[in-house]
Design a protein. Structure first.
Length: 627
DNA sequence: AGAGGGGTTGCTGAC
DNA sequence: GGTCAGCAACCCCTC
């Protein structure tokens, strides 16, 4: 029998060390091995992912390519600029491989993509080998050992993991790689529809990348930001396997830090250097193996003795949470990413609910504007001009650097959802998807559900304050001064509450606190806070209490057909989403959120808001007298 | 099997 | 300045 001719398809496993999939490819003792990467129109246009994450991806690709070349001067990472679904059938014919090998992906899009590719391979008589490798344990395995259910707590994940057995020991990087085979690409191109382009804002030039399948010089070069029409990245954080391994070694040298790490005791305000490892983007792109991390940290923890920290707060605990979210996503698929249809996600009548595709039931990435006030709050939150310096500093750091500390993410997520704006967690989730360099669908979705108290976590009465939480970690406001330079000269006393600053102090600090943050920004000004936080916190908490007592989950018929409204009789019960056009506009009597005209349509948003506040107060009083 | 303890990461004010 | 109860009271896990 002829020797195997193997295509190794790199995706988010951009490393040579501890790759069970790459090892499986090499175990075939192939005659030729093509290390390839394919462009994916989904990530280029349909999934949000700003220029900063692209930069990190490029770093990982370039580093990997160089490492491959070090093992075989004839080889490198060959980038093919076409979507895998249309490319592979043609590649199978043109290159005549015997095997296609890649690492398992369990996120919703990844699964559907790989199914198409595997089917095409089968039709072409090519053997497909898929190996898990993104997580500590195979996520499908975890689900299976948890009764087919998603893991919704860290105890559940740990119990399932225990049943499977110890995390696999890391595999060393290969010492050599076979030559690549011929790579004819004289077949017809499929150029994807670039519209709608969720990343259009990042393109200052035309996206020319798809003009040539093997790049402008025909050498399968790694793309550049220029070719994608992107402006330069702003993030200082750089990727690559080499860098990842260096950061890991540096971390492990500090035995005390590694062994006694307690996440809740690391500061969200610390930067340069930050208080946590910042390894998350490397895990996302697979530039660092999470199992290598696990075992190397484990070693240090074991040798450190009793003073070491333990999960869930410890470093090991952090990667356990990652596996928990992956297994929840693996079990629920696309439903995991939204409330509607998700049996494990509480239904809360947030403002700015997602539009859904009537065919699939899936959210479209667009939202209903049920309330102009909430829309304005959402826009100010995203732009980092809420008038709350702690929130604004974090949002600006996030946009610029693509990374903020975990507790910073907690602060801004709580603020947007249950602890301030009462805006749908799916809105915030989309912004993080766009901006985070470490964006991992499962973890991002899971954490937004956690913070909004719709799944994983329920203690909605624990609410982050945009003033106190910042003060607790950063009394003098260094993070604010760094990211909100308008306030850099403000006295410590007012740094988290500039609206309390008397005029003479404003003058001295060279800033005027005025405006709504959305109108044209005036030099030397900082916006007024967009609401009274304590007032909003009380309204939101009462509304959460009410929604919890109604007790609907995302898969409930009442949620899907719109009759949930009968359970939230009127806006004066508590905060509840307002009116908006249905997704299924044709039949008003039978639409998704269909309901009788209730006489509110003529009222303004502010009138409704007034009713909410008054109603909340009277309701809570009523409850007290009943008790 | 119902109760009680615990849950990575809240805030406030009293001592 | 550090600890702790009270806030009002969620769900999960274990015994």
């Amino acid at each position: 029998m002829a020797k195997p001719r193997v295509i190794y398809w790199f995706r988010t496993d951009l490393r040579l060390h501890d790759s069970p999939a790459l090892q499986a490819a090499l175990d075939l003792e192939p005659e030729v091995l093509w290390p390839i990467f394919t462009w994916d129109p989904h990530y280029l246009y349909k999934a949000r992912g700003g220029v900063n994450r692209w930069q990190f991806l490029l770093d990982c690709q370039n580093d990997l390519s160089q490492s491959i070349t070090k093992l075989n001067k004839n080889s490198k990472l060959f980038v093919l600029r076409e979507g895998p679904q249309t490319l592979f059938p043609k590649l199978f014919k043109a290159w005549k491989p015997t095997h296609l090998v890649f690492e398992k992906d369990t996120d919703a899009y990844g699964r559907s993509r790989d199914e198409v590719v595997a089917k095409a391979a089968k039709a072409a008589g090519i053997q497909v080998i898929i190996q898990p490798g993104r997580t500590l344990w195979d996520s499908d395995d975890i689900v299976q050992h948890h009764g087919g259910e998603p893991t919704m707590s860290i105890t559940q994940l740990q119990a399932a993991g225990k049943k499977i057995g110890p995390v696999a020991k890391p595999i060393p990087a290969p010492e050599s790689l076979p030559d690549p085979g011929d790579m004819p690409v004289d077949f017809e191109r499929h150029v994807p529809e670039g519209k709608p382009d969720f990343n259009a804002d990042y393109r200052s030039e035309e996206d020319t990348g798809y003009k040539h399948i093997a790049g402008p010089n025909g050498d399968f070069a790694i793309e550049t930001l220029d070719e994608l029409g992107f402006s330069p990245a702003t993030t200082p954080h750089r990727g690559g396997e080499t860098r990842a391994l260096e950061i890991l070694e540096d971390l492990l040298k500090d035995k005390k830090y590694t062994a006694t790490f307690q996440k809740p005791k690391t500061s969200p305000a610390q930067f340069n250097p930050q208080s946590t490892t910042l390894l998350s983007p490397f895990f996302h792109f697979g530039a660092l193996s999470v199992r290598l991390f696990y075992w190397r940290v484990h070693e240090i923890v074991e040798s450190y003795g009793k003073a070491a920290s333990s999960p869930p707060e410890s470093l090991i605990g952090q990667v356990l949470f990652r596996d928990m979210y992956f297994a929840a996503h693996a079990a629920l698929g696309a439903s995991f990413g939204q409330t509607a249809t998700n049996p494990h996600c509480r239904f809360i009548p947030w403002h700015l609910p997602s539009k859904r595709d009537p065919e699939t039931g899936l959210i479209t990435g667009d939202h209903h504007i049920d309330d102009q006030q909430a829309e304005a709050w959402f826009r100010r939150w995203k732009a980092g001009v809420t008038g709350f310096p702690w929130i604004d500093a974090l949002m600006r750091q996030l946009r610029h650097d693509g990374w903020i500390h975990h507790l910073g993410r907690h602060s801004v997520a709580c603020f947007l959802t249950r602890g301030g704006c009462y805006v749908d967690w799916e809105r915030g989730c989309e912004v993080f998807e766009e901006w985070l360099i470490d964006h991992e669908p499962a973890c991002n979705i899971g954490n937004w559900q956690w913070l909004s108290c719709t799944a994983f976590f329920t203690q909605y009465f624990r609410c982050y304050s945009p003033v106190s939480f910042g003060q607790k970690w950063d009394k003098s406001g260094e993070l604010v001064r760094r990211w909100v330079p308008e306030l850099s000269r403000v006295k410590e006393k007012y740094i988290y509450e500039p609206w309390k600053m008397p005029l003479p102090d404003q003058k001295e600090a060279g800033v005027r606190v005025t405006g709504d943050g959305l109108s044209e920004h005036q030099e030397g000004t900082y916006p007024k806070p967009m609401f009274d936080f304590n007032e909003r916190r009380n309204i939101c908490m009462a509304a959460m209490k009410n929604a919890y007592s109604v007790g609907l989950y995302g898969n409930d018929d009442k949620v899907l057909d719109g009759s949930w409204r009968t359970l939230f009789p009127s806006p004066d019960e508590a905060e509840v989403m307002g009116e908006y056009e249905s997704d299924y506009g044709e039949n008003a009597d039978n639409n998704e959120y269909g309901h009788e005209q209730d006489g509110l349509d003529g009222e303004t948003a502010s009138n409704k808001r007034g009713a909410e506040k008054n109603g909340t107060d009277s309701k809570s009083k009523k409850r007290k007298t009943e008790a």
